[in-house]
Design a protein around this ligand. Structure first.
Ligand code: FPP
Length: 259
């Protein structure tokens, strides 16, 4: 237990795992990895892992909202995931349809607003409809934003932003010397998250320790927590442990003082 915590921050029992309510990461982003391995370990087809992973999304979305998280971003399908076998891709494209069909009422009950970032227009029509309907149905919710990265890739996102900015320069509307960090941020898919665009905490499950083309610009000062359980077995308690770890980090943002 707590194997991912630094020795001096390991609580001696789970009862000690008390979170500081004033230091909940406003934006948590999760790379939900290990669905396939979870299924293979149980001699199940890989898609059974994705199905169980979808159930975990339901539990963790509510747990994060209950913790007071402002934005929960979940990496559900990358621009590189199209390389997977057709059957698996088709299954992954149907998951948002099933998820929103069954879960939007609970999201509304919990005041959670759905946002989807990614190249939505390249998704199958049925998936696009599910996504736009979910965003529309929850548009008046004022609590946590449940932000799915769907057909999302950070290099593509940055390339799109650079192209847009270059066009403004070419049209004589923008002086290249006036380009700022903030302006680049305004052209990224997280722009509508406002002050919460950059994640405070990134979690990756399943023991892999890499970033896989996820939010490359936005994670400049994020805290990373890598955890060994596979996504289908991730729990609200594990989420709390990740937040506990986050709360024991010293964030300096390049300066000298803890923020
Ligand atoms: C990575 O595990 C997981 C994915 C590529 C898909 C993640 C999708 C879900 C958890 C369901 C999303 C739900 C909604 C509502 C959109 P992997 O398949 O790469 O696992 P492996 O590394 O063990 O093979």
């Amino acid at each position: 237990m707590f194997s991912w915590l630094k020795k001096d921050t390991v609580p001696s029992s789970p009862d000690e795992l008390v979170l500081d309510p004033d230091n909940i990461p406003a934006h948590i982003a999760i790379i939900m990895d290990g669905n396939g391995r979870w299924a293979q370990k149980r001699h199940l087809p890989r898609v059974a892992g994705h199905k169980q992973g979808m159930n975990t999304v339901k539990t963790i979305a509510i747990a994060a909202s209950d913790l007071g998280v402002k934005v929960l971003t979940l990496y559900a399908f990358s621009t590189e995931n199209w390389k997977r076998p057709e059957d698996e891709v088709n299954y992954l494209m149907k998951l948002p349809v099933d998820f929103f069909d069954t879960f939007v009422p609970d999201l509304i009950k919990n005041n959670v607003r759905v946002n989807v970032m990614g190249y939505i227009d390249k998704l199958p029509k049925q998936t696009q409809k599910a996504v736009y309907d979910a965003m529309d149905d929850t548009k008046d919710c004022t609590g946590m934003v449940l932000n799915f990265a769907l057909n999302y890739g950070s290099r593509a996102e940055i390339t799109t932003a650079v192209t847009e900015i270059a066009k403004e320069v070419a049209a004589g509307k923008l002086d290249p010397d006036a380009i700022t960090d903030d302006m680049i941020g305004q052209h990224l898919m997280t722009a509508n998250l406002g002050e919460y665009a950059d994640p405070d905490l990134i979690i990756r499950t399943s023991g892999e320790e890499r970033i896989s083309n996820f939010l490359l610009w936005q994670i400049a000062y994020s805290e990373f927590v890598f955890m060994t359980p596979h996504w289908p077995e991730f729990t609200p308690e594990l989420l709390q442990e990740a937040v506990y770890t986050y709360q024991h980090r010293k964030r300096r943002f390049g300066g000298l003082k803890n923020k």
